[in-house]
Design a protein around this ligand. Sequence first.
Ligand SMILES: C[S@@+](CC[C@H](N)C(=O)[O-])C[C@H]1O[C@@H](n2cnc3c(N)ncnc32)[C@H](O)[C@@H]1O
Length: 247
Amino acid sequence: MSAVHKSCLIVLVGTAALWIGTSGSTAQNHGNKAPGSHQDLTDAKTWIQRLERPERIPGLKFNEVIACLNLKAGDVVADIGAGTGAFSIPFARAVAPSGKVLAVDIWAGLIDYINEKAKKENVSNVQAILAKPDDPMLPTNQVDVAFFHDVFHNTNDRQAYLKLLVSQLKPSGRIAIIEQEFDDPIAKTWDLPEDRITKDQVKSWMANVGFHLIGDYDIFEGANNPAGTGMPQRWFVVYARAAAADN
Ligand SMILES: C[S@@+](CC[C@H](N)C(=O)[O-])C[C@H]1O[C@@H](n2cnc3c(N)ncnc32)[C@H](O)[C@@H]1O
């Protein structure tokens, strides 16, 4: 297995620092654990406000994430559980003009919002996909990077989800997962223990689908996690197929 990358060169891309987001302090069941809560527009509006609260933006570190993922023109990125498209828009700018972002979510109200936002932002390479809780519904063999920020824990059968996801990626495709630290005090207010996951769990699910760790970044941990954003400490790992990881 190749060496695991720990640091990433920061590159500035043309992203306006405007789209932010994550949950408010009482936000629980923000995934498919309570699908009924995602059905009405009032709820979608509340979620949009939570995900786009201005203080959240610095804690998302779009440019750093883009650098860690080494995104470049022509890449196809699936932003799974895209929410309001906080990451989708800067990712789309990073992979333009020939690449695109598939902004995937299971919540129709958010899909509509992402489409409107992309139009307002003059970003034409975002394609929103209304997916199913157990299927990201990606076009087969097109996606270079599947990205999850504060989302993967929402999948019900994580192993089955990964198995399906890897069947949809390019052979060289990578999977990036950013998740809250299991014992983080903020994470504890957002999610029940069964809805929080560890790096070790991910490693084992990934091994079962033939994926190896190729990157482990601390850009959301300790002093690197900006104060005042209300965001929990988070780990950030990137996996690839064993053959791809060994290249
Ligand atoms: C906390 S929000 C994070 C949004 C975005 N990634 C961000 O960080 O700004 C979680 C999002 O994941 C979506 N989601 C939950 N379960 C999902 C699933 N199984 N597949 C795709 N999206 C899902 C929710 O509808 C919600 O928009």
